[in-house]
Each structure stands twice: as C-alpha cells, then as structure tokens.
Design a protein around this ligand. Sequence first.
Ligand code: SF4
Length: 333
Amino acid sequence: MIQPATNQPAADTLLTVRGLKTYFPIRRGLFGRTVGYIRAVDGVSFTLGPGKTLGLVGESGCGKTTTGRTILRLIPATAGEVAFEGRDVFALAPEAMRRLREDMQIIFQDPYGSLNPRMTVGGIIGEPLRVHHRARGSDLADRVADLLRRVGLSPDCRNRYPHEFSGGQRQRIGVARALALEPKFIICDEPVSALDVSIQAQILNLLERLQAELGLAYLFIAHDLAVVSHISDHVAVMYLGRIVEQAPSDRLYANPLHPYTRCLMSAIPRSHPDEDRERIVPQGEVGSAANPPTGCPFHPRCPWALERCPREVPALVPASDDPGHMVACHLHT
Ligand code: SF4
C-alpha cells in the first residue's frame, strides 16, 4: 500500500509506481459501444530515488510515453498507484495536484511543436512562474534571465520567437521552462530523439549537469538503449505495456538477460569495427496492445521461445545470480 500523506516516505524514494495500468477503450458502432481495450500500460511498477535517473526504453507504442503521462495525471489511470514523496498522486484534490505539479515537470520530444510559436521565449519560460504566482515584474524578468543562462542561452534571447532558434536551442528553451518552478522530478519524454546526433550529446550533457547542480530526478524515456544507458542509473525495458527487464544501467548493458533487451542491444551501432557483437533480429512485427499474445507477450518474435512460453506469463523476478537484476523470462526462472 502507498503510505498516507501524513507518513514520511522512505528517504531514498521520491517516486513509487505500483501496478500501473492505462487502458484505452476501443469503441465501435453508432452508440460507441466498448468492444475492447488497448492495454497501453499493463501493470508497471518501479521506484525512483531523489537525484537519480531511471531510463525507460522500448520501441514506439510499447507504452513508455503513456506511463509518463499517466504518472503526471495527464492521462487517467485504469488501475495502480503512484506516490510522490509518500503522497498518493491519484487521490489528490485539484488544488493539491496543482501544487504537486510544481515538483513534477515534463520535457517533450518535439522541440518544434511543444513551444507556442506566438509567444516570445521570455513569455514561454515565464508562463509557469506567472500561472503559479511565483514571480512578476522585474523579478519575473530576472528569473527568466537566470533560467536562460542556466541552460546555456543568452538572456538577450527573451524577446525572440521559437522559430528563430535551432532544434537544440529550442530544446534548451523547453528545459528552461521545465526548470522554472524548481521541480524535484522531470519526465524527459524522448528529449533528444528529434535532434541530430551531435546536438543530442549537448542536450544529454546539459541534463546531466542540471541534475548534478539541482539534485533533479529524471524518468528518461527513449527508444534508443545507447542514449538511455548513457544517462541512467537504472534502466527498465518495456515491451507491450510491461517491464520485461530492469537493472542498474551498467549491469543491464554488460549482461542483458531478456531476449528482447538482447535484440535492442544488438541493434546499437558498434563503437569499433573490431567489436564482436552478434546481430539478433526479432521475428515479425511488434504485437498489438489491443490483442496481446497469450503467455509471454514477446513469444511470437522470440528466437529462444520455449514450449511453455505461449501459455505461461513470466513474472518479473530477480535473476538467480544477480538479485538486483529483474527479468521476466522463462529462460531465467
Ligand atoms: Fe522468449 Fe520465452 Fe523468455 Fe518470452 S519467456 S522472452 S518467449 S524465452
């Protein structure tokens, strides 16, 4: 159970997600009758400590973005619990939720579409401060200038518009806006996926520096395992709405256990031509979250599927030789 708001949360836990499910109804016919559900998130659990980063990785449509938005209550949850500093996020009244949003922010994937093109950069970054009555007048201008400097932009940018900036600069503006209310936790939803590789490293370095300076915790969502493992303390791999493997980043990278993780890992370009790495290609297409496969959801694509795999759902359990390394696969139980 999630602790009531009056209890002190464990000092090393900022965010607890337990059994989270987000289903979207499939409606048909004249009266919009519900004929099924898309199980976008199907029983996700994890914890995140202050100042730490959990990477959430998987292919498009695996439910990682929906997980992030459900945690922030931008999408209603179907089931499960989310606690932030011991407070039950789904039970908060609107005013309490409004205050909590100051601590929980999001950076979006698309630095082109996520900034209002009709607002100046100063207006975009200062908006959260105005809406939450944190600053106005010259104080607001000073805070905006500080935020611009913090993300590596000149305060002189404040009167310009988003279209005048490059993709990397726009993402810096998105980061400055997310920092405006001095949050403790930021969901980074594919923040570098739309950027050139050379610019990706700059934004990742910026996020790492800000984390070190401000003690931020990140849920870092991406489809690229190389990007995620670079910035994360822990990594969780999602497939069809479920976490199939979770471990400290270095251990997951050195010893991926789940066949799906091994497929993702084998797709990372080699850093040296002599590096010996087998390319493992999963069979067929990603399954449908509206009609997921029975048993292990990865079984139709798995190169190592066992006879029991289409019948039995593997639980996410500690690996036998590494208790901090969780895996949902019959090969490891
Ligand atoms: Fe493959 Fe079976 Fe493991 Fe699923 S449980 S990943 S099908 S071996």
